[in-house]
Design a protein around this ligand. Structure first.
Ligand code: FMN
Length: 354
Protein backbone atom coordinates (compact mmCIF):
# COMPACT_ATOMS: atom_id res chain seq x y z
CA UNK A 1 0.00 0.00 0.00
CA UNK A 2 1.38 3.46 -0.82
CA UNK A 3 2.12 5.59 2.18
CA UNK A 4 -0.67 8.17 1.94
CA UNK A 5 0.25 11.34 3.83
CA UNK A 6 -3.12 11.69 5.57
CA UNK A 7 -1.70 12.57 8.98
CA UNK A 8 -0.85 16.21 8.08
CA UNK A 9 -4.52 16.61 7.18
CA UNK A 10 -5.97 14.67 10.10
CA UNK A 11 -3.80 16.10 12.88
CA UNK A 12 -5.13 19.70 12.75
CA UNK A 13 -8.69 18.36 12.88
CA UNK A 14 -7.96 16.10 15.83
CA UNK A 15 -6.06 18.88 17.59
CA UNK A 16 -9.10 21.13 17.41
CA UNK A 17 -10.81 18.69 19.72
CA UNK A 18 -10.36 18.20 23.43
CA UNK A 19 -7.38 15.78 23.80
CA UNK A 20 -9.45 13.04 25.39
CA UNK A 21 -12.11 13.30 22.69
CA UNK A 22 -9.35 13.05 20.08
CA UNK A 23 -8.01 9.95 21.82
CA UNK A 24 -11.52 8.50 21.69
CA UNK A 25 -11.60 9.02 17.93
CA UNK A 26 -8.18 7.42 17.52
CA UNK A 27 -9.36 4.40 19.51
CA UNK A 28 -12.58 4.14 17.48
CA UNK A 29 -10.54 4.29 14.27
CA UNK A 30 -8.24 1.52 15.47
CA UNK A 31 -11.24 -0.60 16.38
CA UNK A 32 -12.75 0.04 12.96
CA UNK A 33 -9.48 -1.07 11.37
CA UNK A 34 -9.30 -4.28 13.35
CA UNK A 35 -12.93 -5.08 12.52
CA UNK A 36 -11.86 -5.42 8.86
CA UNK A 37 -8.98 -7.92 8.86
CA UNK A 38 -7.87 -7.24 5.24
CA UNK A 39 -7.60 -3.53 6.10
CA UNK A 40 -5.61 -4.29 9.23
CA UNK A 41 -3.34 -6.59 7.21
CA UNK A 42 -2.80 -3.91 4.54
CA UNK A 43 -1.98 -1.28 7.16
CA UNK A 44 0.40 -3.66 8.88
CA UNK A 45 2.21 -4.28 5.59
CA UNK A 46 2.62 -0.54 5.23
CA UNK A 47 3.73 0.19 8.81
CA UNK A 48 5.65 -2.89 9.93
CA UNK A 49 9.38 -2.80 9.27
CA UNK A 50 9.88 -6.51 8.80
CA UNK A 51 13.55 -7.35 8.70
CA UNK A 52 15.78 -9.80 10.52
CA UNK A 53 18.21 -7.25 12.05
CA UNK A 54 15.39 -5.79 14.19
CA UNK A 55 14.13 -9.15 15.45
CA UNK A 56 14.91 -10.51 18.86
CA UNK A 57 13.51 -12.93 21.41
CA UNK A 58 12.17 -11.26 24.54
CA UNK A 59 9.83 -12.62 27.21
CA UNK A 60 10.18 -15.98 25.46
CA UNK A 61 8.55 -14.65 22.29
CA UNK A 62 9.73 -13.38 18.95
CA UNK A 63 9.69 -9.59 18.94
CA UNK A 64 9.66 -8.22 15.38
CA UNK A 65 11.16 -4.90 16.44
CA UNK A 66 12.15 -3.14 19.68
CA UNK A 67 9.46 -0.43 19.63
CA UNK A 68 6.52 -1.00 21.97
CA UNK A 69 3.40 0.91 22.90
CA UNK A 70 3.54 2.30 26.46
CA UNK A 71 0.83 1.67 29.04
CA UNK A 72 -2.16 3.96 29.22
CA UNK A 73 -2.98 4.24 25.51
CA UNK A 74 -5.14 1.11 25.36
CA UNK A 75 -6.01 0.66 29.02
CA UNK A 76 -8.77 -1.89 28.39
CA UNK A 77 -7.21 -3.94 25.57
CA UNK A 78 -9.91 -2.88 23.13
CA UNK A 79 -7.67 -2.15 20.14
CA UNK A 80 -4.81 -4.64 20.32
CA UNK A 81 -5.20 -5.88 16.74
CA UNK A 82 -5.60 -2.34 15.40
CA UNK A 83 -2.48 -1.24 17.26
CA UNK A 84 -0.59 -4.27 16.00
CA UNK A 85 -1.32 -2.96 12.49
CA UNK A 86 0.72 0.17 13.30
CA UNK A 87 3.85 -1.97 13.33
CA UNK A 88 4.64 -2.17 17.04
CA UNK A 89 6.96 -4.90 18.29
CA UNK A 90 4.83 -5.32 21.37
CA UNK A 91 2.01 -3.63 23.26
CA UNK A 92 1.46 -2.94 26.95
CA UNK A 93 -2.18 -2.63 27.97
CA UNK A 94 -3.50 -1.18 31.23
CA UNK A 95 -3.12 0.10 33.83
CA UNK A 96 -5.84 -2.33 34.93
CA UNK A 97 -7.17 -2.21 38.51
CA UNK A 98 -9.18 -4.95 40.26
CA UNK A 99 -12.48 -3.05 40.14
CA UNK A 100 -13.50 -0.79 37.26
CA UNK A 101 -13.08 2.89 38.07
CA UNK A 102 -13.91 6.14 36.26
CA UNK A 103 -10.69 8.00 36.96
CA UNK A 104 -10.45 11.66 37.85
CA UNK A 105 -12.92 14.34 36.75
CA UNK A 106 -12.38 15.90 33.30
CA UNK A 107 -10.57 17.77 31.92
CA UNK A 108 -7.63 15.58 32.82
CA UNK A 109 -5.51 15.50 29.66
CA UNK A 110 -3.78 18.56 28.23
CA UNK A 111 -1.62 19.17 25.14
CA UNK A 112 1.49 21.34 25.01
CA UNK A 113 1.97 21.11 21.27
CA UNK A 114 4.88 23.55 20.97
CA UNK A 115 7.02 21.13 22.97
CA UNK A 116 5.25 17.94 21.86
CA UNK A 117 4.33 17.12 25.45
CA UNK A 118 1.22 16.11 27.38
CA UNK A 119 0.05 16.46 30.93
CA UNK A 120 -2.38 13.88 32.25
CA UNK A 121 -4.23 13.20 35.46
CA UNK A 122 -6.35 10.32 34.18
CA UNK A 123 -6.27 8.39 37.47
CA UNK A 124 -6.43 4.81 36.17
CA UNK A 125 -9.77 5.05 34.37
CA UNK A 126 -10.30 1.47 33.24
CA UNK A 127 -12.86 -1.28 32.81
CA UNK A 128 -11.46 -3.42 35.63
CA UNK A 129 -9.97 -6.88 35.93
CA UNK A 130 -12.97 -9.00 34.90
CA UNK A 131 -13.77 -7.09 31.70
CA UNK A 132 -10.16 -6.79 30.56
CA UNK A 133 -9.43 -10.42 31.36
CA UNK A 134 -12.41 -11.51 29.23
CA UNK A 135 -11.20 -9.33 26.37
CA UNK A 136 -7.66 -10.66 26.55
CA UNK A 137 -8.93 -14.22 26.73
CA UNK A 138 -10.74 -13.58 23.46
CA UNK A 139 -7.52 -12.40 21.82
CA UNK A 140 -5.48 -15.54 22.43
CA UNK A 141 -3.10 -16.17 20.85
CA UNK A 142 -2.28 -12.47 20.66
CA UNK A 143 -0.88 -11.29 17.32
CA UNK A 144 2.18 -9.87 19.07
CA UNK A 145 3.66 -9.99 22.58
CA UNK A 146 1.36 -8.25 25.05
CA UNK A 147 2.20 -6.97 28.51
CA UNK A 148 -0.38 -6.18 31.17
CA UNK A 149 0.28 -3.22 33.44
CA UNK A 150 -1.51 -3.47 36.80
CA UNK A 151 -2.24 -1.07 39.64
CA UNK A 152 -4.30 -0.75 42.79
CA UNK A 153 -7.73 0.83 42.94
CA UNK A 154 -7.94 4.40 44.20
CA UNK A 155 -10.05 3.38 47.21
CA UNK A 156 -7.79 0.48 48.22
CA UNK A 157 -6.02 1.42 51.46
CA UNK A 158 -2.23 0.96 51.56
CA UNK A 159 -2.47 -2.15 53.75
CA UNK A 160 -4.61 -3.86 51.11
CA UNK A 161 -2.52 -2.78 48.10
CA UNK A 162 -0.56 -6.03 48.01
CA UNK A 163 -3.79 -8.05 47.74
CA UNK A 164 -4.87 -5.90 44.74
CA UNK A 165 -1.61 -6.64 42.90
CA UNK A 166 -1.76 -10.34 43.77
CA UNK A 167 -5.30 -10.66 42.41
CA UNK A 168 -4.31 -8.90 39.19
CA UNK A 169 -1.20 -10.96 38.64
CA UNK A 170 -3.15 -14.16 39.25
CA UNK A 171 -5.84 -13.08 36.77
CA UNK A 172 -3.55 -12.05 33.94
CA UNK A 173 -0.51 -14.30 34.24
CA UNK A 174 -1.86 -16.90 31.82
CA UNK A 175 -3.01 -14.34 29.26
CA UNK A 176 0.04 -12.20 28.61
CA UNK A 177 3.75 -12.32 27.91
CA UNK A 178 4.81 -10.07 30.76
CA UNK A 179 3.33 -8.10 33.65
CA UNK A 180 4.21 -4.67 34.94
CA UNK A 181 3.48 -3.59 38.48
CA UNK A 182 2.80 0.10 38.36
CA UNK A 183 3.85 1.86 41.55
CA UNK A 184 4.69 5.12 39.84
CA UNK A 185 1.60 6.87 38.51
CA UNK A 186 1.35 10.34 40.05
CA UNK A 187 -2.44 10.28 39.75
CA UNK A 188 -3.46 7.73 42.38
CA UNK A 189 -2.96 9.27 45.83
CA UNK A 190 -0.34 7.35 47.79
CA UNK A 191 0.65 5.06 44.91
CA UNK A 192 4.20 6.32 44.70
CA UNK A 193 4.61 5.64 48.42
CA UNK A 194 4.64 1.98 47.39
CA UNK A 195 8.03 2.64 45.79
CA UNK A 196 9.77 1.50 48.93
CA UNK A 197 12.00 -1.41 49.68
CA UNK A 198 9.67 -3.23 52.07
CA UNK A 199 6.65 -3.13 49.78
CA UNK A 200 8.56 -3.97 46.61
CA UNK A 201 10.23 -6.92 48.26
CA UNK A 202 6.94 -8.40 49.47
CA UNK A 203 5.23 -7.61 46.16
CA UNK A 204 7.90 -9.33 44.05
CA UNK A 205 8.12 -12.30 46.38
CA UNK A 206 4.34 -12.72 46.15
CA UNK A 207 4.39 -12.24 42.37
CA UNK A 208 7.06 -14.83 41.75
CA UNK A 209 5.09 -17.24 43.94
CA UNK A 210 2.06 -16.77 41.71
CA UNK A 211 3.57 -16.87 38.22
CA UNK A 212 6.71 -17.66 36.33
CA UNK A 213 5.83 -15.00 33.74
CA UNK A 214 8.22 -12.06 33.83
CA UNK A 215 7.09 -9.35 36.24
CA UNK A 216 8.61 -5.90 35.73
CA UNK A 217 8.41 -2.83 37.97
CA UNK A 218 7.59 0.59 36.49
CA UNK A 219 9.29 3.42 38.31
CA UNK A 220 8.88 7.19 38.45
CA UNK A 221 11.47 9.63 37.11
CA UNK A 222 11.09 11.76 40.22
CA UNK A 223 13.05 9.58 42.62
CA UNK A 224 16.58 10.65 43.46
CA UNK A 225 18.75 8.78 40.97
CA UNK A 226 20.52 6.76 43.65
CA UNK A 227 17.16 5.84 45.17
CA UNK A 228 15.78 4.77 41.78
CA UNK A 229 18.78 2.52 41.23
CA UNK A 230 18.55 1.06 44.71
CA UNK A 231 14.82 0.30 44.42
CA UNK A 232 15.24 -1.20 40.95
CA UNK A 233 17.95 -3.44 42.32
CA UNK A 234 15.88 -4.43 45.35
CA UNK A 235 13.03 -5.37 43.02
CA UNK A 236 15.29 -7.44 40.77
CA UNK A 237 16.94 -9.13 43.74
CA UNK A 238 13.46 -10.00 45.02
CA UNK A 239 12.54 -11.64 41.72
CA UNK A 240 11.50 -8.90 39.28
CA UNK A 241 12.44 -9.82 35.73
CA UNK A 242 13.08 -6.20 34.89
CA UNK A 243 12.38 -2.52 35.15
CA UNK A 244 10.31 -0.08 33.10
CA UNK A 245 11.78 3.41 33.42
CA UNK A 246 10.00 5.76 33.47
CA UNK A 247 6.47 6.91 34.14
CA UNK A 248 5.45 10.59 33.79
CA UNK A 249 7.04 13.31 35.91
CA UNK A 250 5.52 15.70 38.42
CA UNK A 251 8.46 18.08 38.08
CA UNK A 252 6.37 20.95 36.75
CA UNK A 253 9.38 23.23 36.46
CA UNK A 254 10.13 21.37 33.21
CA UNK A 255 7.20 23.04 31.50
CA UNK A 256 6.27 26.69 32.04
CA UNK A 257 2.49 26.91 32.01
CA UNK A 258 2.01 23.36 33.25
CA UNK A 259 -0.86 22.64 35.64
CA UNK A 260 0.11 21.81 39.21
CA UNK A 261 -1.35 18.30 39.06
CA UNK A 262 -0.90 15.18 36.95
CA UNK A 263 2.15 13.91 35.12
CA UNK A 264 4.16 15.34 32.22
CA UNK A 265 5.19 13.21 29.26
CA UNK A 266 6.81 13.74 25.90
CA UNK A 267 9.74 15.90 24.94
CA UNK A 268 9.95 17.75 28.27
CA UNK A 269 10.47 14.40 30.01
CA UNK A 270 13.13 13.11 27.62
CA UNK A 271 16.37 13.96 29.43
CA UNK A 272 15.07 13.32 32.93
CA UNK A 273 13.73 9.93 31.90
CA UNK A 274 16.97 9.09 30.09
CA UNK A 275 19.07 9.95 33.16
CA UNK A 276 17.06 7.62 35.39
CA UNK A 277 17.04 4.84 32.81
CA UNK A 278 20.75 5.20 32.15
CA UNK A 279 21.61 4.98 35.84
CA UNK A 280 19.40 1.92 36.33
CA UNK A 281 20.90 0.29 33.24
CA UNK A 282 24.45 0.92 34.46
CA UNK A 283 23.62 -1.15 37.52
CA UNK A 284 21.33 -3.80 36.06
CA UNK A 285 22.34 -4.34 32.42
CA UNK A 286 22.82 -8.04 31.87
CA UNK A 287 20.84 -8.93 35.01
CA UNK A 288 17.35 -7.75 34.10
CA UNK A 289 15.09 -6.84 31.20
CA UNK A 290 15.29 -3.10 30.75
CA UNK A 291 12.51 -1.06 29.17
CA UNK A 292 13.07 2.63 28.43
CA UNK A 293 10.11 4.99 28.06
CA UNK A 294 9.77 8.74 28.35
CA UNK A 295 10.13 11.31 25.59
CA UNK A 296 11.21 8.90 22.86
CA UNK A 297 10.23 10.62 19.64
CA UNK A 298 12.73 9.51 16.99
CA UNK A 299 14.95 6.67 15.87
CA UNK A 300 17.95 8.60 17.14
CA UNK A 301 16.50 8.76 20.65
CA UNK A 302 15.39 5.12 20.53
CA UNK A 303 18.89 4.13 19.41
CA UNK A 304 20.43 6.06 22.32
CA UNK A 305 18.20 4.11 24.76
CA UNK A 306 19.04 0.79 23.10
CA UNK A 307 22.76 1.52 23.29
CA UNK A 308 22.30 2.47 26.95
CA UNK A 309 20.91 -1.00 27.56
CA UNK A 310 17.20 -1.02 26.67
CA UNK A 311 15.81 -4.34 25.46
CA UNK A 312 12.69 -2.47 24.44
CA UNK A 313 11.69 1.17 24.05
CA UNK A 314 8.13 2.38 24.39
CA UNK A 315 6.27 5.39 23.06
CA UNK A 316 3.05 7.17 23.91
CA UNK A 317 3.18 10.96 23.57
CA UNK A 318 5.13 10.99 20.29
CA UNK A 319 2.40 8.83 18.77
CA UNK A 320 -0.12 11.55 19.61
CA UNK A 321 1.98 14.21 17.88
CA UNK A 322 3.54 12.28 15.01
CA UNK A 323 0.69 9.92 14.18
CA UNK A 324 0.49 6.36 12.93
CA UNK A 325 3.70 6.35 10.87
CA UNK A 326 5.80 6.94 14.02
CA UNK A 327 6.77 3.32 14.65
CA UNK A 328 7.84 2.76 11.06
CA UNK A 329 9.88 5.97 11.10
CA UNK A 330 11.64 5.00 14.33
CA UNK A 331 12.42 1.50 13.09
CA UNK A 332 13.72 2.75 9.73
CA UNK A 333 15.96 5.23 11.52
CA UNK A 334 17.26 2.54 13.89
CA UNK A 335 18.13 0.43 10.84
CA UNK A 336 19.99 3.35 9.24
CA UNK A 337 21.98 3.92 12.44
CA UNK A 338 22.78 0.21 12.66
CA UNK A 339 24.03 0.28 9.10
CA UNK A 340 26.14 3.36 9.83
CA UNK A 341 27.69 1.55 12.80
CA UNK A 342 28.07 -1.76 11.00
CA UNK A 343 25.74 -3.56 13.44
CA UNK A 344 24.16 -6.66 11.93
CA UNK A 345 21.61 -7.25 14.67
CA UNK A 346 20.13 -5.63 17.75
CA UNK A 347 22.35 -7.83 19.88
CA UNK A 348 25.27 -5.65 18.79
CA UNK A 349 23.42 -2.45 19.67
CA UNK A 350 21.73 -3.16 22.99
CA UNK A 351 24.02 -2.15 25.81
CA UNK A 352 26.84 -1.12 23.46
CA UNK A 353 27.46 1.88 25.72
CA UNK A 354 27.65 -0.18 28.89
C1 FMN B 1 -2.71 10.02 28.83
C2 FMN B 1 -1.70 9.11 29.44
C3 FMN B 1 -2.12 8.03 30.21
C4 FMN B 1 -1.18 7.18 30.79
N1 FMN B 1 -1.62 6.11 31.51
C5 FMN B 1 -0.72 5.26 32.05
C6 FMN B 1 -1.14 4.12 32.77
O1 FMN B 1 -2.34 3.84 32.91
N2 FMN B 1 -0.19 3.32 33.32
C7 FMN B 1 1.15 3.57 33.17
O2 FMN B 1 1.97 2.80 33.68
N3 FMN B 1 1.58 4.63 32.48
C8 FMN B 1 0.68 5.48 31.92
N4 FMN B 1 1.12 6.56 31.21
C9 FMN B 1 2.58 6.81 31.12
C10 FMN B 1 3.18 6.26 29.84
O3 FMN B 1 3.06 4.85 29.79
C11 FMN B 1 4.67 6.64 29.75
O4 FMN B 1 5.37 6.04 30.83
C12 FMN B 1 4.89 8.15 29.80
O5 FMN B 1 3.87 8.83 29.10
C13 FMN B 1 6.25 8.55 29.21
O6 FMN B 1 6.34 8.18 27.85
P1 FMN B 1 6.07 9.21 26.63
O7 FMN B 1 6.90 10.43 26.93
O8 FMN B 1 6.47 8.48 25.40
O9 FMN B 1 4.61 9.52 26.65
C14 FMN B 1 0.20 7.42 30.61
C15 FMN B 1 0.62 8.50 29.83
C16 FMN B 1 -0.30 9.34 29.24
C17 FMN B 1 0.18 10.49 28.39
Amino acid sequence: MPAVPVWPLVRPLLFRLDPEAAHGIAMRSLRAVQAVPPLAAALRRSFLVDTAPLERTLFGRELLNPVGLAAGFDKDAVAVRGLAALGFGCIEIGTVTPKPQPGNPRPRLFRFAAVESLQNAMGFNNAGLAAVRARLAGLQPTPLPVGVNVGKNKDTPPEAALADYEALIRAFAGLCDYLVVNVSSPNTPGLRDLQNEVFLRSLLRAATGITDRPVLVKIAPDLEIAEAVRLAEVAVDAGAAGVVATNTTNDYSLLPGAKDFGGLSGRVLKEKSFRVFDAVARRLFGRAVLVSVGGIDSGTEAYRRLRAGADLVQVYTALVYQGPALVRRINEEILELMERDGAKGLGEVIGADR
